[in-house]
Write a protein that binds this ligand. Structure first.
Ligand SMILES: NC(=O)c1ccc[n+]([C@@H]2O[C@H](COP(=O)([O-])OP(=O)(O)OC[C@H]3O[C@@H](n4cnc5c(N)ncnc54)[C@H](OP(=O)(O)O)[C@@H]3O)[C@@H](O)[C@H]2O)c1
Length: 288
């Protein structure tokens, strides 16, 4: 099977390529290809070129990771967010007849009473959430066989990742810097490898519809930072809790959010890993 990934040089893209490239013919595309890596330059806003790439590569499946993911930048530039996250995704639907997997987010919910199940009512409170929800509607107009996987707070330790929460916490504490982390935004942080493994299983089992995937622990961002500090034997006292109101981010955030993964856990007979287990694997890998 040939799989074309858009946005393949982002945070999740690297983990997904690691998991899929042994078993499938993976075509990595990205707006910018990092030097030394192989891939096809592809901006999903360029419909004509997107058509050409799809025609030239004939994929069996497209996994769309390309998105404007900076939630505050989306709030500042709603038109650009719509162009990338909605119109860009529409181009993929228009150019490709086969199955599409789209990554979406818990930001489609308002965060009043999470964690959420797949059929809980959606009510996004940010431009980012609204654009991702719009893409969820488009995908099922294209085909009911398609799949939306909602994730939340993806993290990894890749040096390629522009805004890795894990790297930011570790680097700041190693440099003895104080950091402020919100203590009232709750989710279930998810290692990109865990998400990539689920995507692989969904491909094998040909899962369709909407599913939620997130790792085991439902914690605040502050709790997560403290867990990272303890696991890396760094000073957690440098982490100061701050409320969302005090932090005054540009876009509203769902506070009591996160994802219930029961549906896919039962369907695929899988258990989400704990943060502690994921961090242990990351640390062990880095020590090798
Ligand atoms: N990160 C999370 O916590 C999270 C949670 C839930 C869902 N998701 C979803 O998961 C997917 C992957 O997220 P991620 O964490 O890997 O984000 P990411 O690191 O920001 O990766 C997104 C990639 O999309 C690329 N991109 C942006 N605009 C594009 C365009 N017009 N054409 C082609 N590529 C474009 C970006 O390239 P540039 O670097 O050049 O901008 C980047 O490489 C996204 O759909 C996101 O909405 C993420």
């Amino acid at each position: 099977m040939r799989i074309l990934i858009t946005g393949a040089f982002g945070q999740l893209g690297f983990a997904l390529n690691d998991v899929l490239s042994d078993k499938f013919d993976v075509i990595r595309t990205g707006r910018v290809i990092p030097s030394g890596l192989k891939g096809i330059g592809l901006n999903i806003q360029d419909k004509i070129y997107l058509n050409e790439v799809i025609a030239a590569t004939s994929p069996d499946l497209i996994i769309n990771l390309a998105a404007m993911t900076d939630v505050d930048a989306c709030e500042r530039n709603p038109e650009i967010a719509k162009e990338v996250n909605i119109a860009g995704f529409q181009h993929i639907c228009d150019s490709f007849k086969g199955k599409i997997i789209q990554l979406s987010t818990d930001y489609v919910f308002d965060g009043k009473n999470g964690p959420y199940k797949e059929d809980d009512p959606v009510c996004p409170i940010s431009v980012y959430g609204k654009t991702k929800l719009a893409s969820e509607k488009l995908i099922f107009e294209h085909s009911s066989d398609n799949l939306v996987i909602r994730g939340n707070v993806l993290y990894d330790d890749s040096s390629y990742t522009k805004a890795s929460f894990l790297n930011w916490v570790v680097e700041s504490l190693r440099n003895n810097q104080n950091i402020k982390v919100v203590n009232d935004q709750f989710n279930n942080p998810t290692w990109t490898r865990s998400m990539a493994d689920i995507i692989e299983l969904c491909i094998y089992k040909n899962v369709n519809g909407i599913i939620h995937w997130g790792d085991l622990d439902h914690v605040s961002r502050y709790d997560f930072a403290v867990m990272i500090a303890e696991k890396y034997s760094l000073k957690s006292s440098l982490i100061q809790p701050i409320s969302t109101e005090e932090l005054a981010q540009e876009a509203d955030r769902p506070l009591q959010s996160g994802l219930i993964t029961e549906k896919i856990s039962k369907m695929l007979n899988v258990i989400p890993p704990s943060i502690d287990d994921c961090l242990s694997v990351i640390i062990e890998k880095n020590n090798q």
